[in-house]
Design a protein around this ligand. Structure first.
Ligand code: OSB
Ligand code: MG
Length: 352
């Protein structure tokens, strides 16, 4: 679909205080730095989010520098390729929002999704800190989540998963090791005793063969996250039968279009996809929710209203959670109301 000529391309650099420190392997986030992008074309406008994670993607400084350099070029009719995946994602999302609005359909319909409710999931970080884990679980239960993804490592797995099952016996639990079990096959296999919905990234990112081998020893679905950075890496994991499902994160992949391509490749190969989070605001969460209504996304997601992560700074209408399910908006385009005044008020820098 041809977009009408862009009339404006704007971006804001924001800093949001976290509700609590997000601590996982190699990452500790207290203040979240992200950028939001707005494009206008004819009667329509679209929003997207650039949400880098330190140590996991290129930095916000790299992403912001690229947005500052490239956004003015779009308005003068050029369409240069962006090099930073999270910045590319923000532009792709804003364009998709405009495309769906111009068609008069919800974004999920434009993407080929169904608009069905999607299982939300709260991510529980701070491995080793049982008070912090208990507080996060209690908070998530309070907010209506029925699925938890717990950050685990050798020596910190049976205990937090047991806490989750005790505190919410009907909820489902998955774990994310961020590659923490490479030297401990016994501990990795013992995760299978924990009644888990999935085990995300137990071994090192480049150890596809090791994951393929572990799969045959374990019943719970093995899911890859870190090595899935584009369509080629997804196909490599599929070809080696390294996973039961692949994590799909639009930010890391450079947008909704590459995410759709990986969804399709996985479904063709008969494996699953899981919609992962990158601690986005309600703008990024709404985009991910639309994508998660595609048929391949059967596993619980990392998604939910952004206020579980941030202490302040609501940028858009939060996605709606009820009994653990997220209900995609029915309006055309992204379908959430973005609060530009709120964005202006907290912006550190602006381009446009
Ligand atoms: O491995 O999934 C991961 C956050 C930062 C870095 C890596 C990961 C994560 C998450 C997402 O788990 C958390 C969220 O979006 O709430
Ligand atoms: Mg992960």
């Amino acid at each position: 679909m041809e977009l009408p000529q862009l009339e404006s391309a704007r971006a804001w650099l924001l800093e949001l205080p976290m509700r609590r420190v997000f601590a996982a392997r190699g990452t500790e986030i207290k203040l979240r730095k992200i950028a939001v992008v707005n494009l206008t074309a004819g009667d329509f406008d679209g929003w997207g989010e650039c949400a880098p994670i330190p140590g996991f993607t290129q930095s916000i400084d790299e992403a912001w520098a690229e947005l500052q350099r490239i956004l003015p070029l779009f308005v003068s009719g050029e369409s240069p390729e962006l090099q930073v995946a999270t910045a590319r994602c923000a532009l792709d999302q804003a364009r998709m929002d405009i495309e769906a609005s111009a068609k008069g359909v919800p974004l999920w319909q434009h993407l080929g999704g169904t608009g069905r409710p999607v299982t939300g999931g709260a991510v529980v970080s701070s491995p080793g800190d049982s008070d912090a884990v208990e507080a996060q679980l209690a908070d998530a239960i309070d907010r209506g989540y029925r699925h938890f993804k717990i950050k685990v490592e050798p020596g910190w797995d049976h205990q937090p998963v047991g806490m989750a099952h005790d505190m919410a016996p009907d909820a489902s639990v998955g774990v994310d090791a961020n590659g923490a079990y490479p030297d401990d096959a016994t501990a990795a296999k013992a995760l299978d005793d924990l009644n888990l919905a999935y085990i995300e990234q137990p071994l090192a990112p480049d150890d596809l063969a090791g994951h393929a081998e572990l799969r045959s020893a374990i019943d719970a679905p093995i899911i890859l996250d870190e090595p899935i950075v584009d369509l080629a890496s997804a196909k490599a994991a599929i070809d080696l039968e390294a996973a039961d499902a692949l994590v799909v994160k639009p930010g890391k992949l450079g947008g909704l279009r590459p995410a759709l391509a990986i969804h399709d490749a996985a479904v063709d190969a008969g494996i699953g996809v899981r919609l992962g989070g990158m601690i986005e605001t309600d703008i990024g969460r709404a985009h991910s929710l639309a994508l998660a209504t595609l048929p391949g996304f059967e596993l619980p997601t990392d998604l939910g209203p952004a206020e579980r992560s941030f202490a302040a700074g609501r940028l858009a209408t939060p996605v709606h959670i009820e009994n653990g399910l997220l209900y995609p908006p029915t309006g055309s385009g992204l379908g959430v109301e973005v609060d530009e005044d709120a964005i202006d008020k907290i912006a550190l820098e602006y381009v446009g």
